[in-house]
Design a protein around this ligand. Sequence first.
Ligand code: HSE
Length: 440
Amino acid sequence: MAKPLKVGLAGLGTVGTAVAHLLQHQRDTLTSRCGRSIEIVAASARSRSKKRDIDLRKLRWFADPVALAADPGIDVLVEVIGGAGNPAKRAVETALAAGKPVVTANKALLATHGNALAALAERHGVALNFEASVAGGIPIVKTLREGLSGNSFMRIYGILNGTCNYILSRMEQDRIAFGDCLREAQRLGYAEADPTFDIEGHDTAQKLSILASLAFGTKVDPAAIYVEGISSITLADLDAAAELGYRIKLLGVAVRTEGGIELRVHPTMVRKDSAIAQVMSVTNAVTVDAEGLSPITLVGPGAGGAATASAVVADLADVARGVRAPPFGRPAARMTAIRKAPMQRHEGGYYIRLLARDRPGSAATIARRLAQQQISLESIVQRHESWPERNGRPGRSGEPVPVILVTYATSEDAVRKALAAVRRDRVISGRPQVIRIEKN
Ligand code: HSE
């Protein structure tokens, strides 16, 4: 029997303890699958004495994860500390520079320093595996990096943030306003105490930056992504979406276009009968449009100890077997800068909700401004009683009237110009709501 793979585990929070449990629980299976056992021999965390559901007595203890990473007694570092900065970054760099493979669940680290870390891993001829960093238990990194290495990718899109999907699902199914759903998500432990990172789309953007690099061979660059969150979505939008045959999801989308790679995170109308629209609550999903295949959708748990541990342990199994793919599926020198398609050139259908001032000529002015930008309308609905904020009370003459427009394919630039003109004309009240429609 080959020698055991000796693991140094940096981080003993929810994920770290779940990794220890899974390695214990699957011990025999993993030994049989990998031809050798995988054993945690050393660990590091902020507190040694904190009550945990694992036995630390047999492990060597390091107060400093960087010292753990440098320890000659470990073969591989598992980094589940989190955060783009130190100590996670130094620990990972130290292990790689010492010629030790690294398994990490740290999307922030990958999104911020992925290019340099991949180059470092390559220089030292070791693996840098990060399956757990995107969509938790869904094996999307391996799917893009290895499972589909013979295919070109046209588009990757997905629900990559469980908190947002939970909020949108609750709003739609139980007719609860955004703020109440968010408080509930926080109470259930889905959302962070400061939930901005989740609900304003930044968590999704970090994950999308990693997927885009795997799919298109571009350098990881979250700053290239256009980001809008879900905090402006109302029950009126969800009702209108349902009537029109759509659901609203926060999607991360990466598309190859003639003008470059489009990278965007925003609330999106998806057809109600599409695979991605069926994904509710905290569940994540990713659809891959690859040449020569009909779209593949992977659905599963995107967060939580067990799901994340499943991805970490699979990455460890690759290390134990001696399987090593380049971190982003190609040598670091082959990763190119993103040729980013500007958001203004995005083309697609749009849902637009306006509050039109109820006076003669408002509708005609709106229609004229859209026509001036060559925007053609697929549907237009103006209905006082469909407005949930009125609680069934009929609208009175003179009150602003909700108008819902659905456009045929047009450009972001045309929509922005038309709506800016409509606002200048003072025929609407407040800001228009704009939600892009994704073909799926
Ligand atoms: N806050 C993230 C989510 C956790 O809600 O999906 C997983 O990255």
